[in-house]
Ligand binder design. Structure first.
Ligand code: GAP
Length: 515
């Protein structure tokens, strides 16, 4: 990470703590690596993101229903899913720094640099040629760009071959040939590459003799697969249909860095869409498009999202893409969309001995449906929104303000209600407004400090509106409403507040942008 990006990222982490969004877990005991607690504002933002997802996936799709499966599952689940044998990351240690890395991430980061170099060439040419610039032709013909992209492709393909075939010696050879150094120390003194299983084990039962070995689920998806037939039958679902779920997942990540980007305990929002075999690509494209639109509806800027189609496909997938987001440390995976074919249901059929098939009345026959999955990390969503919303602005008077421009629909507190002064009956009116609005919105009352400071506090907390009760309120029952992003103030009647706020924060109005 270059230092300006590092500064931005440090600011994000500091701000999240200072304004009650995220605390390190068990901080009084010096914290626990890659485990975090959501604080009083963080929990609201997280809840709002979850609700925004649930509304769009479940409530807005008549053929999608939700479930809430347990974190503990029968251990055979993970044998069937392939996690016991293959949920590994290739790790490599640096002998000098004693730091541990994911070998594939080191190589991918190297490739990202090649990608950035190509983009730089493209940008330079864009400036040089102005309107006459033909980007597609330039990418195809410019020798530098062609070489960067060819090299990137060649490296990724070689890595994929090494990982797929288990030729970890070649993965190490690749790291050495590319002269990849420890990002922290610059040392190139590497160990061999080894595979490391990411599942956390635990035990069920009181006696050590009879206790059963279990795993904490590493993804929520398997809870959906094992319930496929239960939901299909009891919900009388017809193909195509989906099952959605949000919940905790656990992975013993080798390198858990970058704040809440890669955690050992995190939350996923997943949906498995069951389709007729042969129709999966149609729905894969549909969900690719639909999910990107959902992200874009939150207004974080189209330039901050991109697809990354997988070159190395998992053995159970015939297509896969990531929606990547431009985090403070560069473009990284935010959501995965995978066409998983019938791999999971077939494996569960085989291991459980139970049929997991859909009976098609029209053809009078049964089949194992194919699955298109959408899977987004709730914590990564949080980080994407939070980091992009945090801005330092220079104002007309030369002063700066810190403002958290969260999408109003997701903001933890929708309005702060402020009496201009703590006398003349203004606090009482402000309290009355709060008592009334709190039935519909999360609102806060604040009477401490000068009103300007209270505005700044609300800006930094990401509160979209400040409602100020002043002496004119006593005469005509109006207040000022200040908009966080523009700092513009309007005079409005108290009776209109509910409608005004609702217009700006309603899920309906925001989600409609995704249509
Ligand atoms: N069921 C498919 C699945 O789990 P994945 O790509 O491994 O696929 C899906 O994970 C999403 O879960 C990722 O796109 C990411 O947003 C989130 N995720 C995965 N590992 C994570 C971690 N260690 N910390 C935070 N989020 C994570």
């Amino acid at each position: 990470m270059v230092s300006q990006q590092e500064d931005i990222f440090k600011n994000v982490i500091l701000h999240a703590k200072e304004y009650g969004y995220i605390f390190p877990s068990s901080e009084i005991y010096d914290g626990l690596s890659a485990v975090y607690d959501y604080a009083q504002n963080g929990v609201e933002l997280k809840r709002n993101i979850r609700e925004y997802w649930w509304k769009s996936m479940v409530q807005m799709h008549e053929n999608i229903v939700g479930i809430d499966a347990s974190i503990f599952m029968h251990p055979t689940t993970w044998k069937a899913s392939g996690h016991v044998d293959a949920f590994n990351d290739p790790l490599i240690d640096n002998k000098d720094s004693k730091k541990r890395y994911r070998a594939d991430v080191l190589i991918e980061d190297y490739c990202e640099k090649l990608h950035q170099k190509a983009l730089k060439e493209i940008e330079k040419a864009k400036k040089r040629f102005g309107e006459a610039f033909d980007e597609a032709q330039f990418i195809e013909t410019n020798p530098c760009v062609v070489e960067y992209y060819a090299k990137k492709k060649e490296i990724l393909e070689r890595m994929a071959r090494g990982l797929d075939s288990g030729d970890l010696a070649d993965v190490k050879a690749l790291i050495e040939e590319l002269e990849i150094a420890d990002p922290d120390t610059g040392s190139k003194n590497w160990t061999e590459v080894r595979q490391f299983n990411l599942m956390f084990g635990t035990k069920l039962g009181a006696s050590t003799d009879t206790a059963m070995d279990l795993y904490l689920r590493p993804e929520t998806a398997q809870g959906i697969f094992v319930n496929f037939l239960n939901v299909q039958k009891t919900g009388r679902m017809k193909i195509p249909f989906g099952i959605a779920q949000t919940g905790k997942a656990f992975r013993n990540e080798i390198v858990a860095r970058q704040f809440i980007f890669r955690m050992r305990e995190f939350e996923q929002m997943e949906m498995q869409f069951f389709v007729k075999p042969g129709e999966e690509m149609k729905y894969y494209e549909y969900w690719k498009d639909t999910r990107l639109k959902w992200h874009l509806s939150l207004g974080m800027g189209a330039e901050n999202y991109r697809y990354h189609d997988h070159e190395k496909l998992a053995h159970y997938a015939n297509a896969a893409t990531d929606i990547e987001f431009n985090f403070p440390f560069g473009f990284k995976e935010l959501e995965g969309i995978h066409s998983r074919m019938d791999f999971d249901l077939k494996a569960h059929e085989q291991f459980s001995g139970k049929k997991l098939q859909f009976f098609d009345n029209e053809t009078n026959s049964s089949y194992v449906p194919y699955v298109v999955e959408t899977s987004v990390g709730l914590d990564r969503m949080f980080l994407s929104i939070f980091s992009k919303s945090l801005q330092e602005e220079t104002l007309e008077d030369g002063l700066t303000r810190t403002v958290l421009k969260l999408p109003a629909v997701l903001a933890p507190t929708k309005a702060a209600i402020l009496p201009l002064v703590k006398k003349d009956g203004l606090p009482e009116i402000a309290q009355e407004i709060m008592e009334d609005l709190k039935w519909d919105f999360n609102v806060a009352y604040d009477e401490k400090d000068a009103v300007g400071r209270r505005y700044r506090r609300a800006d930094a907390l990401g509160t979209p509106f400040c409602i100020t009760v002043d002496h004119q309120t006593l005469e005509d029952k109006t207040v000022t409403i200040r908009h966080r992003d523009t700092m513009k103030q309007d005079r409005v009647a108290i009776v209109d507040l509910r409608t005004l706020i609702n217009e700006e924060v309603s899920i309906k109005n925001w989600l409609k942008r995704a249509m």
